[in-house]
Design a protein around this ligand. Structure first.
Ligand code: AMP
Ligand code: MN
Ligand code: MN
Ligand code: MN
Length: 279
C-alpha cells in the first residue's frame, strides 16, 4: 500500500488563497498529497470545484472550512473537517459571515480613506470576487499601491488589532462554531494553537474548554512549526485527549516557506485526526 500524505488545512480563491480550488488540488496532487482538506475562511464555496478536480486526479478531498470565532475576547480559528456544507445552520452561518465580512471591509476602507488611501473597497471586492473578503486582500491592495513594502508590513502598520484600519468583527462564540461543525457531521480542530500568543495557563484553559465544548482535535503540525513546537503541541494533544492534525495552511505559491504536503510526521502517541474521519 502506498503511504498516505495528508494536508488538512489550505486556502483557495474562495477566501484568501492565490490558487483556484482546481489549481490548488492539482498542485497538491503534484506534491504527492493523497488526502487533502480545503479549509477556506468562513466559506465552503470552493468545495464543489475542488471535489471535481480531486475526483479527476484520484485525490481524496475532505470537505473543510476554517471558521473564525471568539472565546474570552480572543479571536480563534477552528478547522472543521468532514463537514456537510449543506447542513442548514452551517450554510446560514457562512451566508451571514459573507455579509459580516463585507460590512467590515466597508468600515476598513473608510478608515483607510481617512488616512488618505482611496480605492480600497473597490479593489478588495474585485480581488475577492465571489469569495470571502479578508484582511489579506487589503494587505495585497496596500502593497500594490506601495503604501507598505510587504504583507506583513501591511498588518503591522494598518491591519493588525489596534492599528489604524483595524475594525473589530463580531465573530460567533467558540461554542456556537463548534456546534455548527459537529452538527454538520464534522470534526472540530483548533487551528494553529501557537498563533494566539497565549500563556501556558491560557493554553490549558482553552484546550480544556475546547474539549468540553465538543472539539476533537488540534493542529500539531503546520507549515510554520519547528520540532520543539511540534513536541510541545503533541504533549498538549495527549494531555487533553485531542487528536492531532497536520495541515500546511498553504495560501500561495509565492510563499516559499510553506508548501502543500511538505509537513513533518505526526509524533507517535498522538491519535491522528484522520482516524476520526472515516473513509
Ligand atoms: P481575516 O480573517 O480577514 O481577519 O484575515 C486573516 C488572514 O490574514 C489570516 O488568515 C492570514 O492569512 C492573514 N494574516 C493575519 N495576520 C497576518 C500577519 N501578521 N501577516 C500576514 N498575514 C496575516
Ligand atoms: Mn488566511
Ligand atoms: Mn487561521
Ligand atoms: Mn488558514
Amino acid at each position: 500500500m502506498d503511504a498516505k500524505v495528508y494536508d488538512l488545512h489550505c486556502h483557495s480563491t474562495a477566501s484568501d488563497g492565490a490558487l483556484s480550488p482546481r489549481a490548488l488540488v492539482l498542485r497538491a496532487h503534484s506534491h504527492g498529497v493523497t488526502d487533502l482538506a480545503l479549509t477556506d475562511h468562513d466559506t465552503t464555496g470552493g468545495l464543489a470545484e475542488a471535489q471535481q478536480a480531486a475526483a479527476d486526479k484520484g485525490v481524496r478531498l475532505i470537505p473543510g472550512i476554517e471558521l473564525s470565532c471568539q472565546w474570552q475576547n480572543k479571536c480563534l480559528h477552528v478547522v472543521g473537517l468532514g463537514i456537510d456544507p449543506a447542513y442548514p445552520a452551517l450554510a446560514e452561518a457562512t451566508h451571514n459571515l459573507q455579509n459580516i465580512r463585507l460590512l467590515r471591509a466597508e468600515k476598513m476602507a473608510e478608515k483607510l480613506e481617512k488616512k488618505g488611501i482611496a480605492g480600497a473597497l473597490d479593489a478588495v471586492k474585485k480581488a475577492a470576487g465571489e469569495g470571502m473578503i479578508t484582511r489579506s486582500h487589503f494587505a495585497d491592495f496596500l502593497l500594490s499601491q506601495h503604501h507598505v513594502n510587504s504583507q506583513q508590513d501591511a498588518f503591522d502598520r494598518y491591519l493588525a488589532k489596534g492599528k489604524s484600519a483595524y475594525v473589530p468583527t463580531p465573530w460567533a462564540e467558540l461554542e456556537q462554531v463548534l456546534g455548527w461543525i459537529t452538527g454538520a457531521g464534522g470534526v472540530a480542530v483548533l487551528a494553529h494553537p501557537l498563533r494566539y500568543s497565549l500563556t501556558a495557563s491560557w493554553m490549558r484553559r482553552l484546550l480544556d474548554a475546547f474539549k468540553q465544548m465538543g472539539g476533537q482535535g488540534m493542529e500539531v503540525v503546520t507549515g510554520h512549526y519547528n520540532p520543539d513546537e511540534i513536541y510541545t503541541l503533541s504533549s498538549y494533544a495527549k494531555r487533553f485527549g485531542l487528536a492531532g492534525s497536520v495541515g500546511s495552511d498553504f495560501h500561495s505559491p509565492d510563499n516559499q516557506w510553506v508548501e502543500l504536503g511538505k509537513l513533518a510526521a505526526l509524533p507517535p502517541g498522538v491519535l491522528p485526526v484522520w482516524d476520526l474521519l472515516g473513509g
